[in-house]
Design a protein around this ligand. Structure first.
Ligand code: IDP
Length: 140
């Protein structure tokens, strides 16, 4: 299996409840390495661009409001099969459908305030990483 990188966000509901350490421990325990990380306040423009693929969805405006409602932690995670592994660790989008032991099952408040974002493909991971990080900020 190839070592790859994925992009992750600890969302405002996670930073508000001081859960960043607990969530990072989940990644590290499962073999993902945090090779870049910074806490930022996302701008409205960044949120709208980042979630541009959802522009036509009814929840788009609320999602962008939520993502700018407090600080987020943006991260690059590295490991074998990192994209799929992170999706597994996160659990289903809606915490009501998430498997036991996943981040979203254990921490998410709702389908919107679901604590974490993780890229859904290696291709999107590369785009999302480049959107938030300069190459020099990633130290593997
Ligand atoms: P994902 O984060 O599991 O990849 P996506 O379908 O890409 O899920 O949706 C992006 C984000 O949009 C979700 O994480 C969630 O916060 C929000 N979202 C998705 N579906 C809904 C919905 O039906 N209502 C409110 N927010 C939603």
């Amino acid at each position: 299996m190839a070592v790859e990188r994925t992009f992750s966000i600890l969302k405002p509901d996670a930073t508000r409840r001081n859960l960043t350490g607990k969530i990072n421990a989940r990644f590290e325990e499962k073999g993902l390495r945090i090779v870049a990380q910074k806490r930022i306040q996302m701008s409205r423009q960044q949120a709208e661009e980042f979630y541009g693929v959802h522009k036509a969805r009814p929840f788009f405006g609320e999602l962008c409001t939520f993502m700018t409602s407090g600080p987020v932690v943006v991260q690059v995670l590295e490991g074998e099969n990192a994209v799929a592994k992170n999706r597994e660790i996160m659990g289903a989008t809606n915490p009501a459908n998430a498997d036991a032991g996943t981040i979203r099952k254990d921490f998410a408040e709702s389908i919107e305030a679901n604590s974490v974002h993780g890229s859904d493909s290696a291709e999107n991971a590369a785009i999302e990483i480049a959107y938030f990080f300069a190459g020099s900020e990633i130290v593997g």
